[in-house]
Design a protein around this ligand. Structure first.
Ligand code: NAD
Length: 292
């Protein structure tokens, strides 16, 4: 069993990002605008981590923090202002949003050219057609992991578990594209799938983003499988000083011995997501100079 180490691969990717930035060191640095609404503690942690990583690799990260009570109309106006501000390359909105604000409206208001989370329908559509686009960060990060470890994907059966717009659905499209990584026969499983283990037992590659702690167990997979675990959960563990431990959607101890490759949690997919976000921001910024 080999680990797909997201810390190593994300650092590799981020070093490439900072080398690209240094090539144009006379220009202003890339600039990422992060919009946060309210004071959701997990969102604050994610946003702080993004800003810190931006600073470490030479990207300017600006936080636009609005109160929980901001109206949808006002938020959309604020996004329009950032769309028009030429010195901002990327815009992301930290999810989840308060109930009175439509996630779809917000995503569709961000200019597709600045949509570095890759959630806009234009980017999803271009991705589906195998055209150049800003890839959604988590699926994009999984592709980078597979590439770095040169995992064979052509003709493999890839089972994706979870059909969210941000992970499972785009992942299933990417793995079926005529590209590397890709060219898989893909099965997309979700809550209405019957006999999940029938599919997982026949999978060469499993990518799980179900949001269910330790859903995938050792008796559900075949020998030699590649497993990518997107889930991240805090579960009670009285043997730990903190009283909890982090786990994924995979029961690591029973699944890992059967795998050729598996991502750990933490330290697998998580660091890749943030690395692709910065890579996308740098991609938008670089295009400005390359088009001059
Ligand atoms: P979500 O919670 O929006 O949706 C979960 C999906 O899984 C749904 O489509 C559902 O149909 C499917 N599902 C749930 N239970 C299932 C079951 N028993 N069998 C089959 N399918 C099932 O998903 P999300 O936003 O993609 O997040 C999934 C997990 O990944 C969460 O734990 C989240 O915290 C984590 N996540 C991690 C990162 C990262 O960077 N590491 C990024 C995004 C999400």
């Amino acid at each position: 069993m080999n680990l797909l180490d997201g810390k190593i691969v994300s650092e590799h990717l981020l070093n490439q990002v900072s080398q690209n930035i240094q090539k144009f060191s006379k220009e202003r640095p890339p600039h990422l605008a992060i919009i946060m609404i309210g004071n959701h503690p997990a969102s604050e942690t994610y946003v702080n981590a993004k800003i810190k990583t931006c600073e470490k690799y030479g990207i300017k990260g600006s936080l636009y923090h609005f109160p929980e009570t901001i109206s949808e109309k006002k938020l959309l106006q604020e996004i329009q202002i950032l769309n028009e501000y030429s010195e901002i390359d990327g815009i992301i909105v930290q999810l989840p949003l308060p109930k009175h604000i439509s996630e779809n409206q917000v995503i569709e208001t961000i200019s597709p050219h600045k949509d570095v989370d890759g959630f806009h329908p234009v980017n999803i559509g271009r991705m589906s057609k195998n055209l150049t686009s800003l890839l959604p960060a988590t699926p994009g990060g999984i592709l980078e992991l597979l590439k770095y470890y040169q995992i064979e994907t052509v003709g493999k059966h890839c089972v994706v578990i979870g059909r969210s717009n941000i992970v499972g659905t785009p992942m299933s499209i990417l793995m079926s594209r005529n590209a590397y990584p890709g060219n898989c026969t893909v099965t997309l499983c979700h809550t209405k799938t019957k006999n999940l283990d029938f599919f997982t037992k026949n999978a060469d590659i499993i990518i799980i983003a179900a949001g269910q702690p330790e859903l995938l167990k050792g008796n559900m997979v075949k020998e030699g499988v590649v497993v990518i675990d997107v889930g991240i959960h805090r579960v009670t563990d009285n043997t730990k000083k903190t009283g909890f431990r982090l786990t994924g959607d995979v029961e690591f101890d029973s699944v890992a011995p059967k795998c050729s490759y598996i991502t750990p949690v933490p330290g697998g997919v998580g660091p890749m997501t943030i690395a692709v976000l910065l890579k996308n921001t740098c991609q938008v910024w670089l295009q400005k100079f390359q088009n001059q």
